[in-house]
Design a protein around this ligand. Structure first.
Ligand SMILES: Cc1cc2nc3c(=O)[nH]c(=O)nc-3n(C[C@H](O)[C@H](O)[C@H](O)COP(=O)(O)OP(=O)(O)OC[C@H]3O[C@@H](n4cnc5c(N)ncnc54)[C@H](O)[C@@H]3O)c2cc1C
Length: 387
């Protein structure tokens, strides 16, 4: 067992941090103020990310990515996560790993252009009536003369407005199981502009300004069978096989922001004077710092262990849920306490703290709510006991 970063990992962290500070931080104020990330700005930053080897670095080397092991990838995610979400997701995109599940033809059409920065993907599962309970989805695809015809609505779909295509999960039938009827789900590639497929603006969101969500409508949208990703009725198998580490990605990006907020709080506490002394001299402040540092460290260890186990093939669902749950709850606590340590100044948008605090909120909801993570962890504990 070893806890130190390798030289290569340190280099990844340094390179990514330098990029984030030089290329992303200067544009945060604009995106936060306007709630919009202009395409011209994306096109200005994107080539620099490609040049720096940071774009699509989550992908294996043989398809043009950086070929990072999971732990190194999480360290890179953590650095990107320090910045405004819209900026880092769009300008330094990490295409979904699920694209690796495609056939060579599908890779040519979708995966490689995403890695080259020519296309963006989005992933659509959630519906107005089906969130945590994804099997409850009602949007469907019915076979018709060798094609599939899609109908229904998806909502909360991140960045679907700029995505060139969507990977959409649809109900394609039902099967009998010992616990009653279960929906069969299939994943499809749907290109923007396909007749019967429309994308409209979603909701305004308190977290991650400039990072949009959209509503996807399917109205007799006809797709050939070649649009199926993986096998028919096996959409969740493809998702489980290829989307495994997205909870760890949320943990990593959350910890990046928690560390940024903590650094501000630490520096301010040593600089700000009240009652003739630095506020860090008051135990009411310094104990907050100790708790923040402790919680950040605990969350980092959980994330790193899960990342390491992912590569050993020994990671469990509970490991990844623990990492996500802890990191997102730590972020919420640290963001709140960092504001407290700054007093009124913490709420002003001169500092990144008010937005880190707002942005923290969504992390406990998407990629499985905190309750769903606790459900996964507790099932893992109780299943062997038949509980
Ligand atoms: C900004 C944003 C972007 C998103 N982007 C995407 C995207 O790109 N693609 C996509 O497919 N989805 C996306 N989502 C959807 C996200 O994954 C869901 O919001 C999330 O899974 C929760 O579903 P829900 O909002 O419908 O809440 P619900 O499932 O309705 O949950 C409501 C409450 O009930 C609780 N609950 C539900 N079931 C249980 C249970 N079994 N035990 C205990 N408590 C339970 C929940 O924890 C929660 O507190 C996004 C969401 C947001 C907010």
């Amino acid at each position: 067992m070893q806890f130190a970063m390798t030289e290569e990992q340190q280099m990844i962290v340094d390179t990514t941090r330098a990029f984030v500070e030089k290329e992303l931080y200067p544009h945060e104020a604009l995106v936060e103020r306007t709630g919009h990330l202009p395409m011209e700005l994306i096109r200005e930053i994107q080539p620099k990310a490609i040049e720096a080897g940071l774009y699509a670095a989550n992908m294996p080397e043989d398809v043009g990515g950086a070929g990072l092991d999971t732990l190194s990838w999480l360290l890179y995610e953590k650095e990107l996560g320090r910045a405004n979400y819209a900026l880092h997701w769009t300008c330094v995109a990490r295409p979904s790993n699920i694209l690796l599940a495609g056939t060579e033809e599908q890779r040519e059409q979708y995966l490689y252009p995403c890695i080259r920065g020519e296309k963006w993907d989005c992933l659509a599962m959630t519906e107005p009536g089906a969130g945590s309970d994804l099997r409850g989805m009602t949007a469907s695809a019915k076979e018709d003369g060798g094609d599939f015809v899609l109908n229904g609505t998806k909502h909360f779909i991140s960045h679907a407005d700029i995505a060139d295509f969507s990977i959409v999960f649809m109900a394609t039938g039902e099967e009998e199981t010992p616990r009653g009827k279960k929906k069969l789900i299939t994943a499809f590639f749907v290109d923007k502009g396909t007749p019967g497929f429309s994308v409209r603006d979603g909701y305004r969101n308190v977290s991650h300004r400039g990072y949009t969500n959209a509503v996807l409508e399917f109205d007799n949208c006809r797709l050939p069978k070649s649009a199926v990703l993986g096998e028919v009725h096996k959409g969740f198998n493809v998702a489980n096989d290829w989307l495994g580490a997205t909870r760890l990605q949320v943990a990593a990006t959350s910890l990046g922001r928690a560390e940024r907020a903590f650094e501000h709080a630490l520096a301010y506490s040593a600089e700000r004077k009240q009652f003739g002394q630095q506020i860090s001299k008051f135990q009411g402040v310094s104990f907050k710092l100790a708790d923040m540092a402790l919680e950040i460290k605990a969350a980092n260890l959980l994330m790193q262990e899960a990342g390491w186990k992912f590569d050993q093939g020994t990671v469990t669902e509970a490991d990844m849920s623990m990492a996500k749950l802890k990191a997102t709850e730590v972020l919420a606590m640290v963001a709140d306490e960092a504001i407290q340590i700054h007093g009124g100044m913490g709420l002003m948008d001169e500092l990144p703290l008010e937005r880190i605090w707002r942005d923290a909120r969504v992390e406990r909801i998407w990629e499985g709510t905190s309750e769903i993570q606790r459900h996964i962890i507790s099932r893992d504990l109780l299943r062997p006991l038949g509980g």
